[in-house]
Design a protein. Structure first.
Length: 123
């Protein structure tokens, strides 16, 4: 039995979602991430479900038979942290290659803002 993926692209407005983020620092970080990922991926931002902003798309299929689509790269400004999602599979275009001393696999959570930290805003 296959189940339908819960996280799918929607027609929701990305800018409206970002403007609704309560925390001003997370909202600033979301704007910076939106600009950076738009430039780096060359893909338009799309809301995936109610809280993930995704760029690009790939199709996955598990050995169990479950399959679906997901963004190649995405992020979600959450209350406790900003979460970045990256495809980590063979053929992901180098996204699963080592980055410095870390190997990118799937999810990166940032509790403090690297954007605000550089601008002098207290973390």
């Amino acid at each position: 039995m296959t189940t339908e993926a819960k996280t799918k692209p929607t027609d929701a407005a990305v800018d409206a979602f970002i403007e609704a983020v309560d925390h001003p620092g997370r909202r600033e970080d979301a704007r910076a991430a939106l600009a950076l990922l738009s430039e780096v991926t060359g893909e338009p931002p799309v809301m995936w479900g109610p809280s993930i902003i995704g760029f690009g798309r790939y199709h996955y299929r598990y050995e169990s038979g479950r399959e679906g689509d997901a963004p190649l790269v995405g992020f979600s400004p959450r209350k406790a942290n900003t979460v970045f999602y990256m495809a980590a599979y063979d053929g992901a275009g180098g996204l699963s290659e080592p980055v410095g001393q870390a190997q990118v696999r799937s999810v990166v959570r940032l509790r403090q803002s690297p954007v605000g930290h550089r601008s002098g805003r207290p973390a």
